[in-house]
Design a protein around this ligand. Structure first.
Ligand code: FPP
Length: 243
């Protein structure tokens, strides 16, 4: 049988419902061009918007992006400030999200952000909450372990307040307290830039995800690379622990 070319239409029945991206390689992209790292993040943010739009055009319902981890605060202040300013810039994109009927959910502990950013994120979420064509989850000050600890604390508090019992704690109730409660598990996790790690991203949600790695740096990641990842995903046999 002839090998399917990536430019051929994608097989809708084998499309992932939830695709997650670890947007890695911005710094190296900038370094290769003799530019400060923040230029790589600015280019990476453009790729984020391009890939989000492409995901919508091919019918992916849930898309997650790792934009800033709980560990990224350790980076030089100048780089952190540049990323915060990108958040500010992209938070002005609300009207386009509304026009595109794309719901935005910011996952992570938002309490740490400057008030203007935090309020804009909350406003963005509120104003796009009714959009049902696609859901975009943007991870900001996010850590997978932190998320699970947070869920455990909420459930423990509910037990202490007699709102539930210990035996009510199960996968469903834990899941309901994760930042991603509105989304299904991740089907396809994509990490560019040659690194093959999960780096504390969506640990619970990617229990049965298919992983796809590529050497392309995130700012160079394009729809054709996503097509190739989906093509490979559609050829994998998912067994979910069965045979
Ligand atoms: C990892 O690459 C990337 C980050 C820690 C930041 C990602 C942020 C963006 C793409 C901007 C997000 C903005 C919006 C609006 C979504 P790296 O810096 O670790 O790259 P390196 O491994 O090459 O150094």
């Amino acid at each position: 049988m002839a090998k399917k070319n990536v430019s051929m239409p994608l097989d809708k029945s084998k499309m992932p419902k939830h695709v997650a991206f670890i947007m890695d390689g911005n710094g190296r992209w900038a370094k290769k061009r003799g530019l400060p790292r923040k230029f790589g993040h600015a280019e990476g943010a453009k790729t984020f918007r391009k890939i989000l739009r492409y995901c919508k055009s091919i019918g992916i319902e849930y898309v997650s992006f790792y934009a800033f981890s709980t560990e990224n605060w350790k980076r030089p202040q100048d780089e952190v400030n540049a990323i915060m300013n990108l958040f500010r810039d992209y938070l002005k994109d609300l009207e386009n999200f509304l026009a595109e009927e794309c719901r935005a959910v910011f996952i992570g502990d938002k309490s740490i952000f400057d008030e203007d950013i935090r309020l804009s994120m909350e406003d963005f979420e509120r104003r796009t909450a009714h959009c049902d064509k696609m859901t975009m989850l943007l991870a900001v000050n996010y850590g997978g372990r932190d998320e699970i600890v947070n869920a455990a604390r909420i459930l423990a508090q509910k037990v202490q307040d007699s709102e539930m019992t210990v035996s009510d704690i199960n996968e469903e109730t834990v899941n309901s307290q994760l930042y991603t409660a509105c989304a299904p598990d991740v089907d396809l996790m994509i990490r560019p830039s040659g690194e093959q790690r999960i780096s504390n991203f969506l640990l619970w949600q990617s229990a049965y995800a298919e992983f796809y790695y590529t050497d392309v740096l995130w700012p160079d990641f394009s729809p054709k690379h996503l097509d190739a990842a989906i093509e490979e995903f559609s050829n994998r046999k998912r067994r979910f622990g069965g045979i």
